[in-house]
Write a protein that binds this ligand. Sequence first.
Ligand code: CA
Ligand code: CA
Ligand code: CA
Length: 252
Amino acid sequence: MKKHLPKSFLQSTAVATPCLLAVVLASNASAASLLIVNPSFEADTPGSSGASAVLGASGWTITSAGTSGNGDWFTTTAGLTHSSIDPDAAAEGSNWLSGNRLAGGFGSTSDPATIVQLVDISADSSLVDLGTATVNLDFMFSDSDPADLGLVNITFYSDIAGTSELLGTSLTTGVITPTAADGTGNAPWAARSLSGAVPASARSLQIEIVNDRTSGSAGNTHFDAFTGSIIPEPSVALLGGLGLFSLLRRKR
Ligand SMILES: [Ca+2]
Ligand SMILES: [Ca+2]
Ligand SMILES: [Ca+2]
């Protein structure tokens, strides 16, 4: 079945061109993936038994002050020492990030325990500088310890080096909802996320993972499988599309 385009459609394309451009621009700029290094903690190789978790994680920097010989975050895997409430396998791949010092046989950790990664987003500057972009960060989380609070924060900087913070623009999950009732054995993994506005002129962002311990000595929160993207404000593309649609309708 063949349908002729109405003349008015062709006439309307001239009017609609700016609108079309807006839609094309929006879709061109859509969903820029965050270039997170070692997002699933698979870059390091923890041992298969005993106290051989890896202190920290490649691509991530521990920023809390563990005392000499101790640490705050560990790359661990199935088969190592864990607490009964900790997961016994990764959410994705073989390894995950654990705040539990027992995973490595290390001494007690600092509180709060923090580990960060700075992510260069300068390639997305044209999208970011529209001032309407949103960042979405998704990850897997495990926690059934009432004494440990997990959080993820995002801080924005106006430079790639992460030295000039854009004050008042940071994002936080707040205390992340536990994945099982207090004390549940092998606390299950569950998807968690953090999203919010990206300030115009941001050129890098820092992802910070936090274990805030209210008592006890081991940080029994666990993270895995980070992914993220920067997307245009959904309403921009949607409104552009709706505007074009109504223009064409009116022309007909
Ligand atoms: Ca993993
Ligand atoms: Ca908890
Ligand atoms: Ca604990």
